[in-house]
Design a binder for this molecule. Sequence first.
Ligand SMILES: [Cu+2]
Length: 433
Amino acid sequence: MPCYLPRAVRALLLLLLGPLRVLADPGAGAADGAGDPAAYAPTDAGMHAALGAYPMTREASGTAWQPDSSVHAGVHTEAGGWLLMSHALLNAVYDHQDGARGGEKTFLSGMAMTAATRVLPSEDIVRLRAMLSPDPLMGPAGYPLLLATGETANGRDPLIDRQHPHNLVMELSASVSHPLGAADSLYLYAGLPGEPAFGPPAFMHRLSILDSPEAPISHHWLDSMHISEGVVTVGYVHGELKLEASRFHGREPDQHRERIEPGPLDSSAVRVSFNPARPLALQVSWAQQVSAEALAPQADETRASASAIYTRPLGEDRYWSSTAAYGLRRRTGGARLAAYVLESTVQPAELWTLFARIERETNDELTAPALGPAPVYAVAKASLGALRDVRLSAHVRLGLGALYALNLLPVALQGAYGHEPGGTMVFTRVKID
Ligand SMILES: [Cu+2]
């Protein structure tokens, strides 16, 4: 991290680095069932993991893995031989970003998802998944978010210092897995839209940050492909190891967020995932994304990522989850741009949630170049937030939360942004799970 970090940010780092204790004390987190074969059986609701013979808590967005120790969420029902799992999160957010490049907006964001799983007589497992988002209601220009870049609101200008809305349909996918013995399986996943085999789970599905309504500025380094308009993935699971490869449509969604606009499967991704212990999920991945941005159709992107997620249950339904991630991207003819992310969410007491994130990245989209190659700036951001829920019923919570983010800029950008501009969000949310 740059040496100009204020003291508050250093305190944040301490919170975020806490989970590294697991490396010094491998027994940490083992009390929750590591090595217990019962933990791998279908849950009491009869739910199975979709892609292999492991706890269903391991499955996150797309075909990504999270730690087996992740809390088991969702409303479970059964209909016509299908086991259904649903959950939803709706945020109403007031957002104020400081300075000349900031702005103010009140918006809705979130997602609602249902997965239907069925075990066939052949023991193959079929899963269908649909996920919708209210984001298009916020308008094509999304919401003000200092240092966020990527995609467009009108097909002409890039979004800078704004987070794009997500598409109305974020995922419509089907997978089928075929067991090859007690711990091995082969699977096929197809989505329109869907998530190719790249990066950690998408941020709105990562326990380490999903209660924050603020998108990460590293989204286009790590997990922006989660709404690819055409994906086919084949994978092989061997116990705690998963190898997978995808072909997908490389162009990121355009400003027509209510449409599904399929295209050729012109891009590739590969990922290796490994869950060496119940609280840990590791992955490394690589992707070649053809013509990723509508505004630079001639440029392809090469991306790489690595991440580690550590999740430790705290009592009945509370948890402490943290993610460390690294992403690298390079556009044809462009510079190598790296992002480092540390994020953590802890529920210290019933119905209380604290979350924090630190990101540092090199970005060449913050200023439009007059001529020649775009200048690359190293920027950083630290966010800290808290949320208090009230339980309305067994599956429904209503929450009130707030977060503050500090943006750290090189001197060359301080004229445009001001010195260490902040960002504030106050939000209320309904969570159904
Ligand atoms: Cu996204």
